[in-house]
Design a protein around this ligand. Structure first.
Ligand SMILES: [Fe+2]
Length: 316
């Protein structure tokens, strides 16, 4: 059965019916999904049989090489491409996945890595029964199009530093979470526990990277320009005085997440949301830590064109 795409009555997004993750995706369906993603940026696959891990990975690989997300987050997982976004704790007392149930600020997945996320896949295995958190998506093509031309010219030569490190006072690499302070502490604790666990087991995991990217990038698939900064992960504009940089990023954060460009997704268990990681920003609400929320996340990777700041960022 061919897939069916039904646009949502929203600033972005469409429902996709008829996906069968148990079989290899047909060339026609792959093409239809690529086209729908370029048109709608967020695709909510719904009503399908739950894919096994390897079926989810097989599907995602059709759209590009995948980031080994579980390794970046210090996890030990048989399927490195799947990041377990959940608040579960293993028998060893260490978070099974990302840990925490805090809110996450607007961000683009892996913008803090030299090879950034291009498409992301986020699938709801289990969602809280009470007050399930929404995930919101903001259209960055629309954000760019509404920028005054003079501002675009001012932004075009600029580069920004993206990082989730530096949260801890002692310079240890920790995950930076804005929003609920309690949530940030939970995240830091889960990262610390994973590092201890991995050292005990002799498991090596890459350090959390950081990266410098242009403030405006051209999407490799759509050929359209987008604003590529976020409140959650972009720390400063390279070469700009701190106060000026903070003021500009604050202004861009507001412009990039105007309510009229946002779609708020209410999850149903089983939803698999594929989104244009470059062409959107996303954020999530917090939820009751006593409630389980279990998601699987994957991202394709893209290497932005090299620039003078790339090597410097990699060397930091
Ligand atoms: Fe994310």
């Amino acid at each position: 059965m061919a897939i069916e795409v039904k646009p949502l009555d929203a600033a972005l997004g469409a429902i996709v019916l008829g996906w069968n993750p148990k079989t290899e995706l047909s060339g026609a369906d792959e093409a239809a999904i690529r086209q729908a993603l370029q048109r709608h940026q967020v695709l909510v696959f719904r009503g399908h049989a739950q894919p096994a891990d390897k079926e989810l990975v097989r599907f995602a690989y059709r759209f590009g090489n995948l980031i080994k997300g579980s390794e970046w987050f210090g996890d030990i997982d048989p399927v490195a491409e799947i990041l377990r976004v959940n608040n579960l704790v293993g028998a060893d007392g260490v978070a099974e996945g990302t840990g925490a149930s805090s809110s996450l600020e607007w961000h683009a997945d892996y913008s803090y890595v030299p090879t950034v996320g291009k498409e992301s896949f986020l699938e709801a295995v289990e969602i809280p029964a009470k007050n399930p958190p929404q995930t919101c998506f903001a259209n960055q093509y629309a954000a760019f199009e509404k920028l005054p031309p003079a501002m675009v010219e001012m932004l075009r030569p600029l580069y920004a530093h993206h990082s989730i490190t530096g949260y801890a006072k002692d310079g240890e690499q920790e995950l930076q979470i804005t929003g609920a302070p309690q949530g940030a502490a939970d995240f830091r604790e889960s990262f610390r526990a994973k590092k201890e666990r991995n050292a005990r087991l002799g498991v090596a995991r890459p350090p959390i990277p950081q990266a410098v990217h242009p403030v405006i990038i051209r999407h490799p698939d759509t050929g359209r320009e987008i604003l590529y900064v976020s409140k959650g992960i972009t720390r400063n504009i390279i070469g700009m005085p701190h106060d000026e940089s903070s003021a500009l990023l604050k202004e861009l954060a507001a412009l990039s997440t105007r309510p009229e460009n946002v779609y708020a997704h209410d999850w149903q268990a089983g939803d698999m949301v594929m989104f244009d990681t470059l062409g959107t920003l996303h954020r999530r609400d917090a939820w009751d830590p006593a409630e389980r929320r279990v998601m699987r996340q994957l991202s394709t990777l893209w290497t932005p064109p090299a620039h003078a700041h790339s090597a410097a960022a990699a060397a930091e």
